[in-house]
Design a protein around this ligand. Structure first.
Ligand code: NI
Ligand code: MN
Length: 225
């Protein structure tokens, strides 16, 4: 499983030659200006919630690639109404896709579309694929619901928001890492806007002092699990 950070909360995941994008917010992110969305491959686009900073490029990429949008019922329906292919899910439900199993799990946040219309309830994804399991938390507060995840899934990587203000910050993300029983964390949702700028060295040191590993990737950088 290969994971690429495209800035903010945008990820590329490659499993067995299947390309998955998560929460594409790239063309509107000045920090990601070196990423061309017209060159990104996508068979599926996973959307955690409807906020602007998670959906800006969904339509353009899905139209070009015919990718299937996977999200909650309201967001999936919104894109189906625009003529895109979508797979609706809801909290606690899982589905076996060609690349692995996806479960839509709870997040504590909100989920309106940029025009104010209802985007359902926000979520995160647990992906079990190619003998590697990851948790993409989405925008969320720290929540005890995270403790449900390791009851079923041994995670190899937890992708957690760390920017604070709109989501968990560093200290809560360290607790979240305990809750999901995964000490290997990829941080996201930081630095994009003034409200969520973080001190990278301090963040990494806090994780290190808790016997955990916080990875912060450059935009466009990949890791292999
Ligand atoms: Ni959000
Ligand atoms: Mn966000």
């Amino acid at each position: 499983m290969k994971i690429t950070f495209y800035g903010h909360a945008s990820l590329g995941i490659e499993v067995n030659d299947v390309h998955i994008l998560v929460d594409p917010f790239i063309s509107a992110n000045p920090k990601a200006s070196h990423i061309n969305i017209d060159e990104l491959k996508a068979d599926y686009i996973l959307v955690t919630h409807a906020h602007q900073d998670h959906i800006v490029d969904v339509e353009a990429i899905a139209k070009r690639t015919n990718a299937v949008v996977v999200s909650n019922y309201e967001i999936a329906t919104y894109y189906q109404n625009k003529g895109l292919e979508a797979h609706p899910m809801n909290h606690g439900g899982q589905w076996d896709f060609e690349f692995g199993t996806v479960k839509y799990v709870n997040a504590i946040h909100t989920s309106s579309f940029p025009d104010g219309s209802y985007g359902g309830q926000p979520g995160g994804f647990v992906i079990e694929g190619e003998h590697k399991n990851i948790y993409i938390a989405g925008d969320t507060a720290l929540t005890y619901d995270m403790q449900l995840i390791p009851l079923k899934t041994n995670l190899d990587l937890a992708i957690l928001p760390i920017g604070d203000n709109f989501t968990m910050g560093i200290d809560d993300a360290i607790t979240a890492s305990d809750f999901v029983a995964c000490d290997k964390v990829l941080g996201y949702h930081f630095d994009t806007f003034g409200y969520i700028e973080i001190n990278h060295e301090e963040a990494k040191r806090k994780f290190f002092d808790s016997d955990k590993d916080l990875m912060l990737l450059e935009i466009g950088e990949s890791i292999e699990l």
